[in-house]
Design a protein around this ligand. Structure first.
Ligand SMILES: CC(C)(COP(=O)(O)OP(=O)(O)OC[C@H]1O[C@@H](n2cnc3c(N)ncnc32)[C@H](O)[C@@H]1OP(=O)(O)O)[C@@H](O)C(=O)NCCC(=O)NCCS
Length: 215
């Protein structure tokens, strides 16, 4: 037991795409992650998230974002987990790609969510990071399906899903902000409907995390 990844194997996991590195958030990445949040993720007039966490005052936003990362780590159980991947581009953390599963051994389904700091949006990175976790889930974990959802006005998020092959899976309403009803579009992708990227995903540190993730 000499390294942190020996006692918490998720810290040894890394997914690499042509331009990005995805690693479960480590504490030393939190300052860069917070900077990416504070630099702005979206037009404040429109709330893309189901929970309006980016509306919080600066000091609350910082504290709650950090606590959220620790809380997610603490809730990891075999087959039921959320991994928040810090997304690094050109040497700095620019966003987050989360992947979650419940009773993975039975359901073989993952759910994902993501954001990028505004300065790097619309360059294909959102699609690249989503493709990374789909390749990971389908090819390395043995997932059969992937779910996502987005507000009906969120063309960028829906654009990523559409271009990777997701199809419609119903709609619902939620109150993302007090008094504000958002129509959510649900999307589903079967492994055999995945529009695969031309590049190959490189995965490091897989073996030690497999028992935990697949349950
Ligand atoms: C959603 C998000 C991660 C997408 O990442 P991105 O890097 O901006 O998107 P990409 O450049 O990878 O675009 C991927 C696809 O969506 C399309 N797309 C992107 N933005 C679009 C827009 N505003 N309108 C229409 N299509 C759009 C692209 O054309 C591309 O499709 P293609 O491969 O067929 O050409 C990013 O925009 C973001 O962080 N937004 C704010 C937070 C958010 O909304 N998170 C999701 C909550 S559900």
């Amino acid at each position: 037991m000499t390294r942190l990844s020996d006692v918490w194997p998720l810290f040894g996991l890394e997914l690499r795409t042509p331009r990005l590195s995805l690693t479960p958030v480590r504490d030393e990445q939190l300052p860069e992650l917070i900077n990416a949040v504070l630099d702005g993720i979206h037009d404040p007039a429109k709330m893309p998230f189901g929970v309006p966490w980016t509306d919080a005052p600066r000091d609350v936003l910082i504290r709650e974002t950090v606590k959220h990362q620790w809380r997610q780590r603490c809730s990891v159980e075999p087959g039921s987990w959320t991994i928040n991947f810090a997304v690094s581009f050109e040497g700095r953390v620019v966003g987050m790609q989360d992947v979650s599963a419940r009773d993975f051994q039975l359901l073989r389904t993952i759910h994902s969510g993501s954001w990028l700091t505004q300065s790097v949006q619309s360059r294909g990175l959102g699609k690249e990071m989503r493709a990374a976790i789909l390749l990971f889930a389908f090819d390395h974990l043995g997932a059969a399906a992937a779910l996502s959802e987005a507000a009906d006005w969120n063309a960028a998020s829906r654009g990523v899903s559409h271009s990777l092959g997701y199809g419609p899976n119903g709609v619902s309403e939620l109150v993302a902000r007090p008094g504000e009803v958002t129509r959510q579009v649900h999307l589903r992708l079967q492994a055999d409907g995945f529009n695969r990227p031309e590049w190959t995903l490189r995965v490091e540190g897989l073996e030690p995390v497999l028992p935990l993730l697949t349950g």
